[in-house]
Design a protein around this ligand. Sequence first.
Ligand SMILES: NC(=O)N[C@@H](O)C(=O)O
Ligand code: NI
Length: 167
Amino acid sequence: MKPPVLRPEPLTREAFAPFGEVIEASDAVRHFTINGGNTERYHDLADIDVGPDGRVIVSIFRGQPRSLPFVVEMMERHPLGTQAFVPLNGRPYLVVVAPAGPAPTVADLRLFVARGDQGVNYGRGVWHHPLLALDTISDFLVMDRSGSAPNCDEVTLDLPGLISQPV
Ligand SMILES: NC(=O)N[C@@H](O)C(=O)O
Ligand code: NI
């Protein structure tokens, strides 16, 4: 059977809410002026949760661009903590997610096209595809959990999904 084509959706806080938060300086979020008027603070955008035994760490992921069309064959989740990605190069990228819970099927997958000024924070246990950078080598600031217990479950999709081009 041919892999179903995943329908790209624009990344919005509302559409992404079942999977986590969107990290962006939007007028829709609480923001206020600080530093004597020099700076606007877009406040409390995401819940970084690493559980009682984890430690929050900040890393940079330097992703190679994915070639399109791209076949989504696997998904992963981090049951012990959230994982946030914030693009550092101002370039669009792709996010493929499925709800936390049982292993997803291709019918559960959602494909979001993120702008270069939008980050995402995957909720604990939310299924997602590893980083999907586009067009050029791209750096992302990543906030996630460090700890001794294993924190990455992977599944292979019985029927893969297809990200066609152009998204
Ligand atoms: N393995 C790793 O740290 N990266 C993945 O979790 C990812 O979501 O890219
Ligand atoms: Ni991950």
